[in-house]
Design a protein around this ligand. Structure first.
Ligand code: ADP
Ligand code: MG
Length: 620
């Protein structure tokens, strides 16, 4: 059964032609490349038979660049020029990093927009570093498959925002790769599992890697595979477990300040210790520091579990949130898919099993499953499987909308909409004769624009002057399969239009996203009241200006008393706009409406008379 459908025009392969396409898991810690060979996806090994490539790049003396295991080894002796965890930095700014940067040993520089690392080969950006890893994998694949690649599917965490996705694409372009599509990692894992064990129901993908946690709720139904919700934490992964163990080791050995070389050495030793504790019940860390100080510390699995249990517990929060967003309870979950090297830790498996009340699925290699799914996807996109129908759906993490009059945010694409998606909504002008309209694109769940994140602003000009409310402006939001947003606005009668592609320069980390969601929930009733009041005010201001415009034209239809009554009603309403609540303003709007009923009728009579003047009865 075909579970996924992706139709890409012009991508069908000629008969007997097999296009070489790969899936790449560009991980924080490890990267892999996989391809479909003789009908099944396999990870491609290096010359020494290893499939994982440590995501580490070293800028050597002379102009040589090393990546992978060689670079990883050199990290201890050359930490400043050996860059790891570039994925934590890509598409982000120094101010995005805050707590993340303190245990990264690099010389940071750069502008507001991009992070720069000073190396002996000059300034390198996280995009350069990622491009180096991708280039190594591309070469490995071409050697292995014996030809040039048509394209690659590259995976990214579901929570990567536009800037991070764009930066990943830039890195691929630098590496000379044709990106067929960016794919969310949990989705890729589900593809790998979904195709193997095609079954119906709701599944959860729990992906705990070196640097990120990604949780997705997926629904599989007849021939359709849909991501219902995603959540996660881009600053929680195996590295944090290493860091806890590292800090404890320093404490136990009475060490405080370490030089970079020593701290790199100890970090790699604690990581190895952590990994061995998934099979051993205790392990010993032995090291000699550069000042001759020796370390000989034994750690039991139990002690390690006790130390890191709070981190494990922290991973369950995004699981709960994703279930809530998907509108399901944990008992509805048919299976839990474990992805990422860190899910090998026994207390992680236990916590997930306990939470769901079932044993998670882990029959595929948790390190490889993302790359395998990406390879299957690449195979289809390259047109090697043109006769099958596939459908792939991802979701938007936050609602997208625009600012309307009065500083209100109007949602156009709600949070957790499946991608790709496009929605259009009609807006109108607020003022008579208005010829331009500013479209302010915002992201977030709150009612007021001030509480949402501003993504972009552009202006539609050349609207023909019309009465307020007469122009019809169609605003279309489109989010492509990679999660990139473009917005266009078109005035319907003249066809004038303007558009913008949204590539925010600042990244939103998922803590910010979580905070924005929390805020929207805790402030929901306040926001509703504020929205109701703003809407009433907008209505009131509209009515006042309409009545004033009418008075300017046809005041002579009213006697003194009638005029006074109307003006008093206007003043009352104006005062309430300053001080009243939504209900009071609305009541005063209704009152002003009643007060002007007779006046409106008289104006209508006059206008009809004007219109009829000079016309023959038979023309009417
Ligand atoms: P990423 O997707 O972030 O590149 P991976 O899925 O490759 O990460 O997972 C890397 C993480 O998995 C590292 O933190 C590594 O220490 C951890 N890991 C790998 N094997 C084990 C193991 N046997 N026990 C515990 N952690 C492991
Ligand atoms: Mg991963």
């Amino acid at each position: 059964m075909a579970l996924l459908q992706i139709a890409e025009p012009g991508m069908s392969a000629a008969p007997h032609q097999h296009r070489l396409a790969v899936g790449i898991d560009l991980g924080t810690t490890n990267s892999l490349v996989a391809s479909v060979k003789s009908g099944s996806a396999v990870c491609l090994p290096d010359e020494q038979g290893r499939v994982t490539l440590p995501s580490v790049v070293r800028y050597c003396e002379n102009t040589r660049i090393e990546s992978g295991y060689d670079a990883l080894k050199a990290q201890k002796i050359d930490p400043l020029n050996t860059i790891s965890s570039a994925k934590r930095l890509i598409g982000r700014t120094l101010s995005d990093l805050k707590q993340d940067s303190h245990y990264l040993p690099y010389r940071f520089g750069g502008s507001e927009k991009i992070i720069e690392l000073q190396t002996r080969q000059g300034i390198k950006t996280p995009i350069d570093v990622s491009a180096e890893i991708l280039r190594t994998l591309k070469e490995r694949a071409e050697e292995n498959l014996g030809g040039e690649l048509t394209g690659a599917v590259i995976t990214v965490p579901a929570y990567f925002d536009d800037a991070q996705r764009q930066a990943t694409k830039d890195a691929a372009r630098l590496a000379g790769l044709n990106v067929l599509r960016l794919l969310n990692e949990p989705t890729a894992a589900a593809i790998a599992y979904g195709l193997d064990n095609a079954s119906e129901g709701t599944f959860v993908v729990y992906d705990l890697g070196g640097g990120t946690l990604d949780v997705s709720v997926l629904q599989l139904t007849k021939g359709l595979f849909e991501v219902k919700a995603t959540n996660g934490n881009s600053a929680l992964g195996g590295d944090d477990f290493d860091h806890r163990l590292f800090c404890q080791l320093l404490e136990q050995n009475g060490l405080s300040q370490l030089n970079e070389q020593d701290s790199q050495l100890l970090i790699s030793l604690v990581r190895a210790a952590k990994e061995s504790l998934t099979t051993e019940t205790s392990t010993t860390i032995r090291a000699t520091l550069s000042d001759g100080h020796t370390i000989n510390t034994t750690i039991t699995r139990q002690a390690f579990h006790n130390l890191t249990q709070p981190l494990v517990a922290k991973t369950i929060e995004p699981v709960k949130q994703a279930l809530k967003d998907a509108g399901i309870s944990k008992t509805d979950v048919k299976g839990v898919i474990m992805v990422g090297g860190s899910t090998r830790m026994l207390h992680v498996q236990q916590a997930v099993a306990t939470f769901f009340g079932q044993t998670p699925l882990n029959n595929l290699n948790p390190d490889q499953v993302v790359a395998l799914g990406a390879a299957m996807q690449a195979n289809i996109l390259a047109g090697n499987k043109s006769d099958e129908e596939w459908l792939l759906l991802d979701v938007t993490p936050l609602s997208l909308g625009l600012e309307t009059y009065g500083g209100l945010a109007e949602k156009v694409i709600p949070r957790n909409s499946t991608l790709p998606t496009a929605r259009a909504q009609e807006f109108t002008t607020f003022k008579d004769g208005q010829t331009a309209m500013t479209i302010h694109v915002v992201q977030g769940e709150r009612e007021l624009v001030a509480d949402c994140r501003s993504l972009a602003k552009f202006t539609l000009r050349g609207i023909p002057p019309m009465a307020a409310g007469a122009a019809r402006i169609l605003v279309t939001f489109q989010v492509d399969a990679d999660g990139l947003l473009s917005v266009s606005a078109r005035e319907q009668s003249t066809g004038v239009q303007a558009q913008i592609e949204v590539k925010p320069s600042y990244g939103l980390d998922d803590e910010t996203i979580t905070q924005m969601l929390k805020d929207s929930m805790s402030n929901a009733s306040e926001d509703m009241a504020a929205r109701a009041r703003t809407e009433a005010t907008v209505e009131a201001e509209g009515l006042i200006s309409a009545v004033q415009a009418a008075l300017a034209l046809d005041r002579d239809l009213l006697n003194e008393d009638e005029l006074n009554t109307i003006q008093t009603a206007i003043t009352t309403l104006e005062n309430l706009i300053q001080t009243g609540n939504a209900d009071e303003i609305r009541q005063a709007v209704t009152d002003l409406g009643h007060t002007t009923d007779d006046f409106a009728a008289k104006r209508m009579d006059r206008n009809i008379k004007r219109a009829l003047t000079g016309q023959k009865v038979e023309d009417i």
